[in-house]
Design a protein around this ligand. Structure first.
Ligand SMILES: [Zn+2]
Length: 302
């Protein structure tokens, strides 16, 4: 990522249609250009009043296994793969109209969004993109699940995920690292699909959701690897968790210049990190683009 850059929007509109994992509803997501400084604005185009929710962490709704946004009637489920696509492609300002509550699962990755955004093209805008420059090492979480922010060496925006589940899982320990640029995001992170184990898939289906979701709509991982499917990368699971991390931290509304490492973190922890970053950026807005991390630290350190 360019350490100092201008904001971007898309040059034209684009759209994608698919079914939600949880609701099974077919929805269309339309992405339109937006003015500088306006951020990502989500609109429920299926509701008469077209209620709107800014895609920021203040509107994050705490739910398991996904990232939702809510602002009154404007509720959106599973926004993380869209948010990752926008952040990865450096699209800062965009109007996103969704014809239902849950965003489409597509193939479980951000690839569909990224392909549409790439086709739409990019416009460089007048305003500088807000950023958080990490000056000190800072860790949040517990010993068995944490996110660490550390200074970058060359002004890079680096994301790493270290995956290590318990002995019961067929998913082997693995890691994924990327110096985030649109090109690298598109090639290395965007195609990585979401995954569940066969046990998790059975538990979800027996709870009465996702019965329409097939083994081609995401990775269902058994003892011998993905069922009726193949990995796109040997570390596809860790890459997907990196994708989720990028999407969830994008709700902070700033670029992070630094090294972000997650050890077994999930959406809840990502949301907490995004909240702290956003709270600090709001309280200090325009004071400085260089923020010592000890000043956003309110709990345990590494
Ligand atoms: Zn995901």
């Amino acid at each position: 990522m360019n350490p100092s850059r201008h904001e971007h929007t898309i040059a034209g509109s684009c759209q994608i249609t698919g079914r939600g994992y949880w609701t099974g509803q077919t929805v269309t997501v339309e992405m339109h250009p937006a003015a500088h400084g306006s951020g990502i604005r989500m609109i429920r185009s299926d509701l008469p009043s077209r209620p709107e929710c800014p895609a920021n962490v203040q509107h994050r709704e705490a739910v398991a296994m996904r990232t939702n946004l809510i602002n009154g009637e404007a509720r959106f489920q599973m926004v993380e793969h869209l948010m990752a696509a926008l952040a990865g492609m450096e699209i800062d300002n965009c109007i996103v109209e969704v014809s239902g509550e849950e965003l489409p699962g597509l193939d479980g990755s951000s690839l569909g969004y990224v392909e549409q955004l790439a086709t739409a093209g990019l416009i460089i805008q007048a305003q500088s993109r807000k950023r958080l420059v990490i000056r000190e090492r800072y860790r949040i979480g517990q010993p068995d699940s944490w996110v660490e922010l550390a200074p970058s060496v060359r002004g890079e925006s680096y994301f790493e995920y270290q995956l290590s589940f318990d002995d019961e899982t067929p998913i082997v320990p693995q890691a994924s690292q990327v110096d985030l640029t649109p090109d690298r995001f598109m090639r290395e992170i965007a195609p990585a699909r979401t995954f569940v184990t066969t046990q998790q898939a059975e538990a979800i289906r027996s709870a009465g959701v996702g019965s329409h979701v097939t083994n081609q709509d995401l990775l269902v991982i058994g003892e011998d690897g993905p069922i009726d499917n193949r990995f796109r990368f040997t570390n596809e699971c860790a890459r997907h968790k990196t994708l989720d991390l990028i999407g969830d931290l994008a709700l902070s509304g700033v670029d992070i210049v630094g090294r972000v490492t997650s050890f077994r973190g999930g959406h809840r922890l990502n949301g907490e990190v995004a909240s702290r970053i956003a709270a600090f950026v709001v309280s200090e807005s325009s004071q400085s683009e260089s923020i010592p991390t000890n000043r956003i630290q309110r709990t345990e350190a590494a």
